[in-house]
Ligand binder design. Structure first.
Ligand code: AMP
Ligand code: GLY
Length: 422
């Protein structure tokens, strides 16, 4: 049988990890990344097409007879990359823009949860700043203010006081710092508990849950400082029981998948509900319409089945015929971010120690660039260092042991020392 060609769109650590796993499939021989990064160049071919240029991506996929395209970034899913590929008769893994509204419109997601009885924070939606402020004054704090649209992960404010909440309304609705994403604002109850990331593969009808994982969103140890894209993950979480996971499946995942199908927008791809484990049980903080980054980096280290087979089964509607195995061990990913992140980011620092890594340590690139034969930082989150182990502690020990001046290092690098401990 002819071996398959894959196109992976974008250039994050998630894309590198997905490509790394696909490269191990006996059915796959060529992987293109558009545009990719120096890490993806070691396992495939980088193509200089931006993720947002759908026309050029479709032309490329046709010319190279691509068998499967994988699209994960939320912004391109929200504006219909999957619809565009489908219209051109090309196979692509990911949700249509209609189904992707579960992430791209928090107002849409909240309404879906209310109608399908999915546990989530109590909320109100406002399109008028005055009404939103009047409502806030009646609520107790902390309270959470969310721009409804996509805002690069920066549209959520957990306000400790009324003044902070009112200022968040001004930013989103009056000053429009998130553009149209702040036309509508969701104001919701603060949920107390630990966060859990759930991921499922789905073909729109059938689902397959991944092990649980946890991201660490804030920049500093102790969950302090501003939110980031995610500073590190562990998987699976030892404290979540089989019974709890089954309850999450029945009360959250299945109603969401069935709810979208019922509304004529079946979700195909990877659905990622972010949950808060409250005293009253698991509640949805947000739905994402894609793999998390850096969740994907840990997950790809644990997946023990052919990823090409799984992704095509999702697209073909035959996920029930695939058996998905996860290694019975733990994985972690520690993110190294550039100096100044997330407020601003330094670029151009040479990264050392990426070669001759200890056994079982795998590095995925998020924000790197090649300059004069050196791999240098390109701002934001730079590198994800991963390892596995019989326990999370063992995986963490192995990973942290190679992050230092003699190992993986760059000037000003920031990373959390408490991943998996909090
Ligand atoms: P989101 O973009 O909706 O995931 O929100 C970003 C982060 O804000 C989440 O990962 C949580 O840490 C926090 N957050 C969002 N909504 C709530 C809530 N209702 N209660 C407590 N924390 C929240
Ligand atoms: N890990 C956070 C995200 O991908 O949204």
């Amino acid at each position: 049988m002819r071996k398959k060609s894959i196109l992976i769109i974008s250039s994050g650590g998630r894309e590198h990890a997905i490509g790394w796993r696909l490269a191990q499939s006996s059915q796959v021989d060529t992987i293109y990344f558009a545009p990719g990064n120096p890490g993806t160049a070691t396992i495939g071919e980088n193509v200089n097409i931006p993720a947002t240029d759908f026309e050029a991506l479709i032309d490329f996929a046709k010319k190279k007879k691509i068998d499967l395209t994988v699209a994960a970034p939320d912004d391109i899913l929200a504006v219909g990359i999957v619809n565009a590929f489908q219209k051109a008769g090309l196979k692509i893994f990911g949700p249509t823009k209609e189904a992707a509204q579960i992430e791209s419109s928090k107002a849409f997601a909240k309404k879906l949860m209310k109608e399908e009885n999915i546990p989530t924070a109590k909320y109100e939606i406002f399109a008028d700043a005055k009404k939103a402020k009047a409502y806030i004054k009646k609520c107790k704090t902390p309270i959470v203010i969310k721009a409804s649209g996509l805002a690069l992960g920066k549209g959520v404010v957990v306000a400790q006081t009324h003044d902070e909440a009112l200022a968040a309304i001004d930013e989103a609705m009056v000053k429009k710092v998130f553009g149209n994403a702040g036309d509508e604002v969701v104001i919701e109850e603060f949920l107390e508990g630990k966060e859990v990331s759930i991921h499922v593969f789905t073909d729109g009808k059938h689902i397959a849950l991944f092990p649980t994982s946890r991201d660490h969103k804030q920049i500093f140890d102790g969950n302090k400082g501003p939110n980031t894209g995610g500073m590190g993950t562990i998987a699976p979480l030892p404290e979540i029981s089989k019974e709890q996971l089954e309850e999450i499946k029945q009360k959250i995942v299945l109603p969401a998948i069935k709810g979208l199908k019922k509304r004529g927008m079946p979700f195909v791809g990877c659905l990622y509900p972010g949950l808060m484990m409250t005293k009253a049980g698991a509640k949805v903080v947000e739905f994402n319409c894609r793999f998390g980054d850096p969740e994907a980096e840990s997950y790809m280290r644990l997946l023990d089945s052919d990823l090409y087979e799984i992704l095509t089964a999702c697209v073909d509607g035959t996920l029930d015929q695939v058996k998905i195995k996860w290694a019975k061990k733990s994985a972690c990913c520690i993110i190294l971010a550039s100096a100044g992140y997330p407020t601003n980011s330094h670029k151009g620092d040479v990264i050392s120690g990426l070669e001759n890594l200890p056994e079982d340590v795998v590095v995925f690139h998020l924000g790197t660039k090649e300059v004069n034969g050196n791999v240098v930082t390109n701002g934001g989150r730079v590198i994800g260092v991963t390892a596995t182990g019989t326990t999370i502690d063992k995986a963490l020990q192995k990973t942290y042991a190679c992050i230092n001046k003699k190992g993986i290092y760059f000037n000003g690098m920031q990373y959390r020392k408490d991943i998996g401990k909090i």
